[in-house]
Write a protein that binds this ligand. Structure first.
Ligand SMILES: Nc1ncnc2c1ncn2[C@@H]1O[C@H](COP(=O)(O)OP(=O)(O)OP(=O)(O)O)[C@@H](O)[C@H]1O
Length: 222
């Protein structure tokens, strides 16, 4: 099941003090599929980074089921991300020399010892569900663009995170491949009631979200 998001008085500043992002209040229920759109430079990636506690010079509150990620120290934030969040980016960011399964299960190396086998198992299951061929094993570099992005999605799902954060997940894919990835992303979110936040310029992907926020100059317009 997903986590609910509550933001109050969130401000992210540039080093000179300029406001890159300002979100006075936002409530997103658990399991919601939230789309973030807006022109280039509007603050979309900054918003996503703030949700994960990764943005610098941040003030205010970002609560996931009541836990304020901005109030946690660095180590606790990293553990919160590890235990609750899966990330997908425009670039799949794979280790090119190792297999799809080794990539999808890479979180096992960082998981608590008792969870490692489950992460590896879930990685294999996610690849199967997403239709990524894994046998015979071959380097990730030899997989197609669409497969590579689905390997990245399987990697995000292997820890069974209640929150999925995606930044332009379809931007490097052609239309048909982008639609397949969108099916996979939304299917994975829906299957486990995950809270999904997707930053995208892709109107077809954004149109499939439960709710869409448009960012302009660092401020939200619904
Ligand atoms: N550390 C920083 N210092 C100063 N300016 C920054 C910093 N990080 C981001 N910015 C600026 O903040 C604005 C928002 O950046 P952001 O990457 O969030 O935009 P975006 O909406 O995701 O854009 P795009 O769609 O092009 O990826 C941009 O003008 C960017 O140059």
């Amino acid at each position: 099941m997903g986590l609910a998001l509550t933001i109050t008085d969130l401000v992210v500043e540039a080093s000179g003090g300029r406001h890159l992002l300002s979100v006075p209040q936002l409530d997103v229920p658990a399991g919601c599929h939230l789309g973030i759109s807006g022109p280039s430079g509007a603050g979309k990636s900054t918003f996503l980074h703030a949700l994960a506690g990764l943005a610098r010079r941040t003030s205010g509150h970002v609560l996931w089921d009541g836990c304020d990620i901005l109030a946690l120290r660095q180590g606790a934030r990293a553990r919160f991300r590890r235990d609750h969040m899966g990330f997908v980016f425009q670039d799949p960011l794979l280790f090119e020399e190792i297999s799809a399964l080794a990539n999808a299960g890479v979180a096992a190396a960082f998981a608590p010892r008792r969870r490692r086998a489950a992460v590896t198992l879930a990685a294999g299951e996610a690849l199967t569900t997403l239709g990524v061929p894994t046998r015979p094993a071959r380097p990730a570099a030899t997989h197609s663009g669409g497969e590579r992005q689905r390997i990245a999605l399987a990697r995000a799902l292997a820890t069974d995170p209640p929150i999925l954060l995606a930044d332009e997940p379809t931007a490097s894919l052609d239309r048909a491949t982008a639609d397949t990835l969108a099916d996979a992303l939304l299917g994975a979110a829906r299957a486990a009631g995950r809270t999904l936040v997707v930053v995208s310029h892709d109107p077809a992907l954004i149109a499939r979200m439960d709710r869409v926020l448009t960012l302009r100059n660092g401020e939200i317009t619904e």
